[in-house]
Design a protein around this ligand. Structure first.
Ligand code: ADE
Ligand code: ZN
Length: 335
């Protein structure tokens, strides 16, 4: 282990951009397929991994939604969550804000309650056994109509005390944030926090819409915001955090090479960037692998790494006293 990766390893951090369905490792996919009597279109774990070559977001989404078919029972969602928390714990993640995609499951006949009860029991076990805190963010699939998002929000009604916020994911191009302005307003009226994927593949105009039409509290990705100077100034002025996902960006060809990744530029511009794994089972690494790869590619300093870790807590939806406690732990770690 290099000095840099050892430093990253022990650095306390939060993960703010993690799709729980994207943490489904091929080994677990096979185990759940066997448990549930589901046939997979792959002969082996190696064949699944070999299929993980994507040239854009849609390429990935097609395979990601197919993989989610093995998730059937409450126990499956519990096991999925616990497998993620074990990995996160090994990476010194203290807190995780987890996306889940109910529509991916409801549309296969799996009840909303099955999904959320399984995830919540995994979260509870992770808190008790690993000391990791977590929150849930319900994502609407943007390739589906606004009416479907409203139906999903209605299903969440009995669970609102267990859900921190709503997000917007899936195919970005052709599905601008404005399509979901009314459902985001309805979610805000219920006291939910708001985030949205914006500027991953979509243009700066989509990031403007996420700010002005959805009134989000945090931007997921946001890479393409850097194409618009006024937009950068606006995000800095609003103090919004960006949840950046370096290995995802490379795998989905948002950047050609990690050396061209905008993370360092984001920090230089005063943007509150964080490092996250997005869909770690598909993109080749959990949060520390993301930190290490991007730190090496961009020659990030320890100061940069500490800024990124601090941003992960200040950008979280944790209450101020808990944020302060985590910042103090970083301070103690760095001396
Ligand atoms: N769903 C899972 N991962 C995603 C990503 N990176 N962008 C959009 N939707 C997603
Ligand atoms: Zn994402």
């Amino acid at each position: 282990m290099t000095d840099l990766s050892a430093f990253i390893q022990g650095l306390p951090k939060a993960e703010l951009h993690l799709h729980i369905e994207g943490s489904l490792e091929p080994e677990l996919m096979f185990a759940l397929a066997a448990r549930n009597g589901i046939a997979l279109p792959f002969a082996s774990v190696e064949a699944v991994r070999a299929a993980y070559n994507f040239s854009n977001l849609q390429d990935f989404l097609d395979i990601y939604y197919a993989g989610a078919n093995v998730l059937q029972t409450r126990q499956d969602f519990h096991d999925l969550a616990m497998a993620y928390f074990q990995r996160a714990h090994a990476d010194t993640v203290r807190h995780a804000e987890i996306f889940f995609d109910p529509q991916t499951h409801i549309d296969r006949g799996i009840g909303f309650d099955v999904v959320i009860q399984g995830l919540l029991s995994g979260m509870k076990q992770a808190k008790a056994e690993l000391g990791i805190t977590s929150k849930l963010i319900l994502c609407f699939l943007r390739h589906l109509p606004e009416s479907a998002a409203f139906e999903t929000l209605a299903m969440a009604e009995p669970w609102l005390d267990e859900i921190a916020g709503v997000g917007l994911d899936s195919s970005e191009q052709g599905h601008p944030p404005s399509k979901f302005a009314r459902v985001f307003a309805a979610a805000a009226a219920k006291g939910l926090r708001l985030v949205a994927h914006a500027g991953e593949e979509g243009p700066p105009a989509y990031v403007w819409e996420a700010l002005d039409d959805l009134h989000i509290h945090r931007i997921d990705h946001g890479n393409r915001a850097l194409e618009d100077e006024r937009l950068v100034q606006r995000i800095v002025a609003d103090g919004l955090t960006l949840t950046v996902c370096p290995l995802s960006n490379r795998k989905l060809c948002v950047v050609g090479d990690l050396k061209d990744h905008p993370l360092k530029r984001m920090l230089e511009l005063g943007l509150k960037a964080t490092v996250n794994s997005d869909d770690p089972a598909y993109f080749g690494g959990y949060v520390n692998a993301n930190f290490t790869a991007v730190a090496e590619a961009l020659s990030l300093s320890r100061t940069d790494l500490v800024t990124l870790a601090r941003n992960s807590f200040t950008g979280s939806f944790l209450p101020a006293d808990q944020v302060a406690k985590h910042l103090a732990e970083i301070e103690a770690y760095t001396g």
